[in-house]
Design a protein. Structure first.
Length: 541
């Protein structure tokens, strides 16, 4: 079962008879019988909720004047005020007959951010309510308390089956519910922290998806005190026209208790492929093969080194087939192995490198992705770690496309001794790591003069037009103001009973990691951008 409710429609019905205003606030009372209210001109009106809308509280206030200031209050079991907002709200639209779904004690429901230049044509999917980053939505999950507590207490059990949960998403104008989803702990390294990431799978067999997405992830950003690095990375990929997942911040509650401030992203599955690489078209009817590469097995990386044509020659935990495409169930790696064979046999000293590889690979998508990996110091990405990327064979184009993902260890949040070097040194270092050459990088970007020249062109243009302090700092400042209260809220949550590491971040860490070093992170976000933006022109002379 799912529902989509637009409170504004309710307001229109009410306003047809009376000049009323519907007030809406998202909040969690202190007790089971507690509630919320709205105070207008010193008059209290209780708000109500239902099983289908909780934690959204609403009331149609008869004769209310949209121009009147108001504030939301928290009520105890007897309906008395026990807490109230410290600021006065006002409806900004004069003729409005309803408020947006506002969040208790958060003054700003919407935000606008300085735009980034669209350096190359945009390839991002059409906008979706799922990833509206101008507001912070609330995700409300309900699960068996004992089962959920056991899952959180044992996060390293990657074989644990997903548990059943109820799901509700509320933003400024939408309430979206699914009666049952599958919920589990997500990620690999993030499982080692007290604050966990979650994966939510919808029952798409019964028509339940999240705005056409069958799977979403709530990324904890547990090792990242600014909560911004991954979002800035996605913003930058969008600006240079590289295809990637989209993201938006959300508040997460489980069983009426705060769980954390997370980044909502889409999982890379076939619906993502259709939306992002085929513009949402029903054609082709059969999507191509899709592979996920990872370095979660000690000593092994997704380097794309050819080990033969048989699937058995490749560790399925490092090379994971996500969609068969033209392969058979017995040999799901066959098509990708043929690509790796081409790569192994390729002589990068030959002329015509761009023409040769553009028939086999979307070279622009690959190079733009590598430009951002290098500029943002993506220590845990494809280039250095052979990790966190997908390869998709696009049957419409009859060539492969590179898909970057999971951008947590970026903007100085990583192993700087490895990545804070000139790009040619960074590429050449792969050759010195025995058995861990990454030929897609070393043969194309490092050794082939024609492709290297194209890479440098993308690198130069990206630094000049996007990856510099003049462009990114204003957006960072706007983000800082927008999510400061959420960061403080997240840091205040008691996770002491959870296993795992706790970086013990504070709101001071949140601000300081933007401008300078903090414990465990050598550069601030802004100084890192400045370092790369001033160093790249020197490299390219």
């Amino acid at each position: 079962m799912r529902s989509l409710i637009i409170p504004g429609l309710l307001a229109l019905v009410a306003s047809s008879a009376l000049a009323d205003v519907v007030y809406n606030v998202i909040g969690y009372p202190d007790t089971d019988k507690g509630a919320f209210g709205v105070v207008i001109n010193n008059k209290l009106t209780p708000l109500t909720t239902t099983e289908a809308t909780f934690p959204l509280w609403s009331a149609n206030v008869v004769g209310a004047n949209p121009s009147s200031g108001y504030r939301y209050v928290k009520l105890n079991d007897q309906g008395a005020i026990v807490d109230k907002e410290k600021f006065l709200r006002r409806i900004t639209t004069v003729k409005a007959r309803n408020t947006p779904n506002e969040f208790y004690q958060r003054q700003n429901t919407f935000a606008t951010f300085p735009s980034l230049p669209q350096v190359y044509p945009s390839v991002r999917p059409k906008s979706s309510k799922a990833f509206d980053d101008t507001q912070i939505a609330t995700i409300h999950l309900t699960a068996d308390p004992a089962i959920f507590a056991d899952m959180v207490a044992n996060p390293l059990d990657e074989e644990r089956k997903a548990i059943k949960a109820g799901f509700r998403f509320i933003n400024a104008d939408t309430v979206y519910s699914a009666a049952e989803v599958k919920l589990k702990v997500s990620g690999h390294g993030s499982r080692k922290f007290k604050k966990l990431s979650l994966r939510i799978k919808f029952n798409d067999d019964k028509g339940d998806t999240f705005f056409d997405r069958p799977i979403i992830k709530l990324r904890s950003q547990s090792s990242e005190p600014t909560f911004m690095r991954e979002k800035l990375y996605i913003d930058s990929l969008n600006a240079i026209g590289a295809r990637t997942t989209q993201a938006a911040w959300v508040r997460v509650y489980v069983n009426n208790k705060p769980f954390g401030f997370h980044l909502l992203v889409e999982d890379i599955e076939t619906p993502f492929i259709r939306t992002t690489f085929h513009d949402g078209s029903a054609e082709p009817k059969e999507l191509g093969s899709l592979y996920q590469m990872g370095s979660h097995v000690i000593g092994e990386e997704g380097t794309m080194i050819y080990n033969g044509s048989l699937t058995a020659n490749y560790n399925p935990e490092v090379y994971s087939n996500k969609n068969l495409g033209a392969n058979t169930k017995d040999e799901p790696i066959a098509q990708f192995a043929a690509f790796m064979k081409d790569l192994a046999e390729y002589d990068p000293t030959l002329a015509g490198g761009m023409k040769f590889w553009n028939t086999r690979l979307d070279v622009d998508q690959f190079l733009k992705s590598m430009v951002l990996e290098y500029l943002a110091g993506a220590w845990d990405g494809s280039w250095w770690k052979g990790n966190n990327y997908f390869m998709y064979f696009n049957p419409t184009q009859a060539r492969w496309q590179f898909i970057p993902t999971d951008f947590d260890s970026t903007f100085s949040d990583g192993n700087l001794a490895d990545v804070a070097v000139p790009y040619k040194q960074f590429a050449a270092s792969r050759l010195r790591r025995k058995g861990k050459d990454h030929p897609l990088v070393t043969k194309l970007i490092y050794k082939n003069k024609e492709i290297s020249k194209e890479f440098e062109k993308f690198l130069k243009t990206t630094v000049e037009k996007v990856f510099n302090n003049a462009v990114l700092d204003p957006r960072i400042a706007a983000y800082e103001k927008f999510i400061e209260a959420e960061a403080a809220w997240d840091f205040s949550l008691d996770r002491s009973k959870n296993p795992g590491k706790d970086p013990k971040y504070t709101i001071a860490t949140f601000h300081n990691s933007l401008t300078g070093p903090v414990t465990g992170i050598t550069y601030g976000v802004k100084p890192w951008i400045n370092y790369r933006a001033t160093d790249v022109p020197k490299q390219l002379k």
